[in-house]
Design a protein around this ligand. Sequence first.
Ligand SMILES: [Zn+2]
Length: 442
Amino acid sequence: MRRRTYLRSTGAALFGLGAAGAASADESGDRRGTYRPGGPRQGSERSINLNAFHTNEQLTKALRKLDGRSDRIRLAQIGESADAGDPIWEVTVGEGDTNVHLITQIHGDEAVGTEVALKVLKDLADGGSSRIERILDELTLTVIPRVNPDGAMYEYDVDDDGRDEWVGRRTNTQAWEEGDSRYEPYYHYASPEGTEPGYDMNRDFNIRPPSEFDPRTDDREEWWTVDGDEAFLDMPYEGYELGSSGLRLAPEVRAVTESYLRADPDFAITHHHQSGGYLVPDSDDGNEPPKQTIMSVMAAYGPAYRDRAPYEDPDLPVERVVNPFIDDETSARSLRMNALVADALAERGDSVFDSITRYGYGPLWGSYLDSLTPHTDAPGMLYEVSYQTGDIGQKALGRMMEATKVGFWETFDALAEGTLDEVDEERYFDVPLHGEPISARR
Ligand SMILES: [Zn+2]
């Protein structure tokens, strides 16, 4: 790719944004020998190999092929990436009344969801089992596999050998210029340092729909909080103050927003990776070596479950603790959807998969789930498999793909069979919050 190459100042860049992970990368390396076999394993810089993943070109080819051979698949280009102009694809499959919206890889270095989505789409396109027939009859799936093509393909000189390597990164690649918004928002930055800047696109969503509001031009000076060189849009909305709202400056985010509103989903799913790895809580207490979590799940929910929210503080306004626009029933269904997946993996009786944890929910007003799901009363689910794509070995990759695949199919089955409401929503809170980051430990 024709990108300027800068020398990287530290080894920290590999570990994405996780400051703790970056600062203590060497420590985690020291611990490698004590990891449980089969757990998510952190690779060394030298072991990075993204060949398991589709390039943008290969993804386009694969989707076109699928579209060409199956009447079940509808493929549409809904936008293009800010820098390279690579297509953002939307794939629709199924004819059912229950609409599911699924996005993957909004962070470019989080590729597992895209690879699994592609496999699931292939099965739905080709399969003839009664399970697949039922899903196609009952559901309409709208999938955006790879929201962030620029980040997915990002190359820079990770090992200072004078050549750019394909590593991928979190943000898209897009300059901020005077006039794009009143202030350059806090989630626009260059990472790794010295590379071209871009947006963390899961901070760029805004709850006001595009038809009603263009946050680039319709904001007000008094909505902004400028703290040193960081600026936050703390936007008032329906009597609440939505701190750190997004501005919808990335074309990719505008495309996802429009896709979501068009699809009018009953359920919304977004797939991520965690920076670094985390332990199952208390697993180092007489349970050595400590057990790593292979995946965390997270439900978005409203005031009905405020007392269970990890960041609950009675002095805080509700919109800092939970999402006040998610009603009680939608909240319960969101908890059920997440509990279903955690339980399904635990029931496999395999200790690697029986390590699902919960990612502590607090509203993130620039995110896909918190900004979009209130518009359609859609229960939301977030997947976070361990490590960024540049940091994992092939065996761990296979297990993370398997955990994701089981999760997607369990969810689609339950929605197609109408059994989701049989899940006890309280099970969600039995899933432990993830424990310490591995890389912060000695
Ligand atoms: Zn992510």
